[in-house]
Write a protein that binds this ligand. Structure first.
Ligand code: GLN
Length: 536
């Protein structure tokens, strides 16, 4: 559509959690709905190479892309909104930037120069931003800068933005997100934090083009004018970003504020096209008028921080809409579940999902939960560690192997029904060394899963070190737990099912990473349908 790629930078001020990720995804959605090809990138200022080694309590879930990148959870929002895949290039951390610069230094690429934050680190940042633009696939690249302006660790990123604004004057704009707090005692919305935040950006040489002001109340004409005047932006570039009932409302709210139009005008791109948001609006309508309701227990060990399971909870929203059903998630801490209290803990659930995870904390509660779901015939969905727990439970309580376990927890376990993959055994580094990204899977015709997908050949994303131990496969199958999904190249078991049950499926892969508004994930859709049917 345009000759050169345009860049939109999204920065944040005043506080974190203003919703930069959702605003970026919503803007991208609106531009995409106008026919532009858009991608979104997240720059994270922390020193970890990627979030793969981070505890979910830090920044929530680790999202995984097709190409096996372990990334920030905002990439999940980008994919769910845009329905297009992201890749390693869409998430860059300070750690990765430094690693690359240091590697170049060791190779002698800087020809004896002193290697410095400016220009070497900032150049590397600019290169990473332009990798997506230079592909020639995108009209617009939206780059979200993590953290808040003024953080020491964000400085090189803001400097890189400043330089790009200077180098590509007509092709770059900055959207700055701020907070306009309501002071109850004064009965007023306050613009001063926004003014200070913009000043801070100005001190770093960056004049924002557009301000997105997060607020609990309407920004009236006078407030907008005040903000525009003191922050040096045009009136129509002061965008109200009101708290929304659901994140899926945000594109519509941003459209009402004409964020997309202002962005296109500032980038000198045509604004004639009319955004086609029919699908999106249809989704929203159905989201808001469910015909039934179910409660599904999500059993995990990070339930205090719901962002740890972001893709799963969003997948339930998508699948709920497909079934015209409101899915209430009951968050249940696996560490609290014991055989003695399980009936009480899992009472009233219409379905049960046992979540992914690592390590021993809470695993016995997960295994007890599987037993409950299997014996009481409650629809069950196990993901990754949840699938592994289903295998362990079946071995212990159906196959009569009381010592069955995964070697992740018991190294020298007598019945290692879940065992480390051969190729993982000699790996000592933790970062980026799991089985990661998309793998093919062949499904058994007629199985629950092949019915759900309506095909026998799928590709799903993985993130794990351990696997079903095929030495035991025959024993499992003879006793009613079937491997209904297998990797066609390696024979690894990717899906297990129990036949004599309303719906009992365990997946070694993570279906939640691929559910989007336009394409709710078939396994979540089928699971919710089974839950609904079983309830009736
Ligand atoms: N800890 C298990 C493994 O590494 C499961 C991982 C997960 O649930 N993502 O195999």
């Amino acid at each position: 559509m345009s000759n050169s790629t345009k860049y939109v930078f999204v920065t944040g001020g005043v506080t974190s959690s203003l919703g930069k990720g959702i605003i970026s995804a919503s803007l991208a959605k609106l531009l995409q709905a106008r026919g532009y090809s858009v991608t979104i990138q997240k720059l994270d200022p922390y020193i970890n190479i990627d979030p793969g080694t981070l505890n979910p309590y830090e920044h929530g879930e680790c999202f995984v892309t097709d190409d096996g990148a372990e990334t920030d959870l905002d990439l999940g929002h980008y994919e769910r909104f845009l329905n297009t895949p992201t890749s390693q290039a869409n998430n860059v951390t300070t750690g990765r930037i430094y690693q690359s610069v240091i590697d170049k230094e060791r190779r002698g690429e800087f020809l004896g120069k002193t290697v410095q934050v400016i220009p070497h680190i900032t150049n590397e940042i600019k290169e990473r931003i332009q990798i997506l633009g230079n592909k020639g696939t995108y009209d617009i690249v939206i780059t979200e800068i993590g953290g808040t302006v003024g953080d020491i660790e964000s400085l090189p990123y803001v400097e890189a933005v400043r330089q790009m604004m200077w180098e590509f004057e007509n092709d770059c704009i900055v959207i700055h997100l701020t907070l306009v707090p309501y002071l109850r005692a004064a009965g007023e919305l306050k613009t001063k934090p926004t003014q200070h935040s913009v000043k801070q950006l100005l001190e770093l040489g960056v004049q924002p083009d557009i301000l997105c002001c997060r607020t609990e109340y309407e920004l009236d004409f006078n407030l907008r004018r005040k903000i525009a005047q003191f922050c040096n932006v045009s009136m129509n570039a002061v965008i109200e970003s009101r708290d929304a009932k659901t994140i899926y409302d945000v594109p519509i709210l941003m459209q009402a504020e004409e964020l997309d139009k202002v962005v296109l005008e500032k980038l000198s791109l045509p604004t004639k096209s009319i955004p086609n948001l029919d699908n999106w609006k249809n989704f929203l309508e159905r989201l808001k008028a469910p015909k039934s309701e179910v409660t599904i227990g999500l059993i995990g060990k990070y339930v205090e921080l719901k962002d740890s399971y972001k893709s799963i909870s969003e997948s339930f929203i998508h699948a709920g809409v497909s079934n015209e059903t409101k899915v209430n998630i009951k968050w249940i801490h696996s560490e609290k579940i014991k055989r003695s209290n399980i009936d009480e803990m899992l009472k009233g659930l219409d379905g049960i999902l046992v979540a992914p995870g690592f390590g021993s904390r809470g695993i016995s509660g997960k295994i007890e939960t599987v037993r409950f779901a299997r014996e009481k015939k409650v629809p069950f969905f196990g993901i990754c560690l949840g699938m592994q727990c289903a295998v362990i439970e079946f071995a212990r309580n159906v196959l009569g192997m009381p010592e069955a376990h995964t070697t992740e927890i018991v190294d020298d376990c007598k019945s290692p029904v879940i065992d480390m993959m051969e190729e993982q055994k000699n790996i000592s580094n933790l970062g980026g060394t799991m089985r990661l990204g998309a793998y093919n899977c062949q499904l058994t015709p007629g199985s629950q899963v092949s019915q759900a997908y309506n095909t026998d050949r799928i590709s799903e994303r993985h993130r794990h070190r351990y696997e079903f131990n095929n030495d035991y496969l025959q024993q499992f199958e003879e006793n009613g737990m079937k491997a209904t999904g297998r990797n066609p190249e390696t024979g690894l078991v990717e899906v297990i099912e129990i036949e004599d049950h309303p719906w009992f499926v365990g997946a070694q892969f993570h279906p939640e990473y691929k559910s989007t508004v336009d394409n709710p994930h078939p396994l979540f859709v089928a699971f919710v349908a089974a839950v609904l049917k079983n309830k009736k």
